[in-house]
Design a protein around this ligand. Structure first.
Ligand code: IPD
Ligand code: CA
Length: 276
């Protein structure tokens, strides 16, 4: 193995990603104590960004480039940095920004490291992923083929759950038109399941699935930075993670659950008009 291959090994990337995510978590938590205000709106009036989102992403970017100057970075709050190594970091400095603003303790730093990703951080193979919930101190992590862990404990999805008893997480778009469609899907799905949870952070939803706190999760309209790290954590905990027509997850659709339940949820979503 060459030196470059060794340094791009999933476990080595995970160590670095964890170190950076924990430092970013401490920074964001401290910054929150100083107060939070909306700095700007993005795709709609309710799609917000705070100064802390931006400052946390700046910190994460500088820590990545200090350690691995040849890598690329795709982050939510800044233009993509194109690298030359074939390795890209996919960063959501604060996933769950609305929770962050309101003081709901379910927001996260999400960092994934992928190989062969295209523009926007899509289409590659995720090698390592870390999701930190600063409010609880929980650090969810996974490396490709290395399993998923929380505080040193191996994570595993709930097995043998049928759709009618499944606790299902989901989320809604910032676009009012897309929300109307999502509400229509929910109207069909809700009578068929135990209940729904809208936690407010896609990264934490996927980690909750990995930890058995949810049985399944689906959402339409996510970006790579919302789901890349969490999807690896969920997969390494035994979930099937997929997208439209049984293919891989895209910004159009992500579905995740233990494989047997995945089939049932996908069928129910198809029944509600979603191309799962
Ligand atoms: C959002 C959260 C939310 C999901 C939205 C995402 P943000 O990310 O993950 O749970 O429903 O689709 O955009 O804006 O808080 O980084
Ligand atoms: Ca996000």
């Amino acid at each position: 193995m060459t030196q470059h291959e060794a340094s791009a090994a999933p476990t080595a990337l995970l160590e670095l990603a964890r170190d950076i995510a924990v430092r970013a978590s401490e920074f964001a938590l401290e910054a929150r104590r100083g107060g939070v205000t909306v700095a700007a709106t993005k795709s709609s009036a309710v799609d917000i960004v705070t100064a802390v989102d931006r400052d946390t992403e700046t910190l994460i970017r500088s820590l990545i480039l200090e350690a691995r100057p040849d890598d690329g970075i795709v982050g939510e709050e800044d233009v993509a940095h194109v690298g030359t190594s074939g390795i890209d970091w996919i960063v959501d400095p604060i996933d769950g920004t609305v929770n962050f603003l309101y003081g709901v303790p379910a927001w996260a730093i999400s960092i994934a490291v992928a190989e062969g990703a295209a523009a926007g951080g899509v289409g590659g193979t995720t090698l390592a992923g870390v999701v930190v919930n600063p409010s609880t101190g929980e650090v969810f992590e996974a490396s490709l083929g290395g399993g998923a862990r929380l505080a040193g404990r191996q994570l595993g999805v709930n097995a043998g759950v049928t759709l009618s008893s499944a606790l299902v997480g989901t989320g809604f778009s910032y676009s009012s038109e897309r929300r109307r469609e999502q509400a229509a899907v929910l109207l069909e799905l809700l009578p068929q399941i135990r209940d729904i949870r809208r936690i407010g952070s896609a990264a934490l939803d996927l980690c909750a699935l990995a930890a058995g706190r949810l049985d399944a999760y689906y959402e339409r309209g996510l970006n790579a930075w919302d789901h890349s790290a969490g999807a690896l954590v969920a997969r390494e905990a035994g979930a099937r993670v997929g997208g439209p027509r049984g293919g891989r997850e895209t910004s159009e659709l992500l579905v995740a659950a233990e494989p047997g339940l995945y089939e049932q949820l996908a069928a129910a979503l198809r029944g509600a008009g979603v191309e799962a």
